[in-house]
Design a protein around this ligand. Structure first.
Ligand code: ADP
Length: 201
């Protein structure tokens, strides 16, 4: 019996997008630990779902306790951590999902790698900004105190060989010292909705 040609061609990202009524988007949130990436992403994810948009939050801590559990904090492992995260974000993009990727990703090449993996226009770099002093004061996970006491080596921002390179041209800068998390979430949500309503790429 002849094969039905309709079933031989792989489903495209465009077709999945049509099914979901949206296009995939990678929102790459970078910033120091404690800057507010997760706090904002949780709220934006909730807003997107409430608005009928399929969203997924990818978090550095979750990945490190799961798929990336074998990785440490050497330079090579940090890069590998981001490489895997960026590929997961790409797969979610291909599935038509709006991904909120929360990773310190302190170096420009890490962020560039994530951007390269998705088509032009499907990536937003969001710099979630707070000064190191503010992040040390907030210290939501107690990691800065541990690092200051010498119980945690090579902590980003504190250790002289682990500085945070600020993005020079982020698509959006959220200053979490000037705006509360709800305002930041509203700004980012509005930007995402604008982006996904742009004419098809
Ligand atoms: P990150 O994911 O960047 O490591 P978290 O979201 O885990 O940061 O922690 C940020 C901490 O800062 C939380 O305790 C949060 O309540 C607090 N915070 C204070 N102001 C803000 C703000 N404007 N935006 C986000 N978080 C804020």
């Amino acid at each position: 019996m002849a094969e039905n040609p309709d079933f031989l061609s792989p489903v495209t990202s465009f077709e999945r997008g049509k099914l979901l009524g949206q296009r995939g988007l990678v929102v790459w949130m970078t910033g120091l630990s404690g800057a507010g990436k997760t706090t904002i992403a949780v709220q934006v994810e909730r807003k997107l779902i409430s608005a009928g948009r399929l969203a997924y939050r990818l978090d550095g801590d979750d990945l490190r306790s799961g798929i990336n559990a074998g990785l440490g904090f050497s330079q090579a492992d940090r890069m590998e951590n981001i490489r895997r995260a960026a590929w997961i974000a790409r797969i979610l993009h291909d599935a038509g999902i709006i991904t909120l990727a929360c990773f310190i990703s302190p170096e420009e090449p890490m962020r560039a790698l994530a951007r390269r993996l998705v088509p032009n226009g499907a990536f937003l770099e969001v710099y979630v900004r707070a000064s190191l002093e503010t992040c040390i004061q907030r210290d939501p996970k107690g990691n800065y105190q541990k690092a200051i006491k010498g119980q945690l080596a090579g902590y980003t921002g504190l250790s002289p060989d682990q500085s945070y390179q600020e993005p020079t041209k982020p698509d959006l800068l959220l200053n979490t010292e000037l705006n509360n998390s709800q305002t930041c979430a509203e700004i980012l949500f509005a930007m995402i909705i604008n982006k996904i309503n742009e004419p098809a790429r």
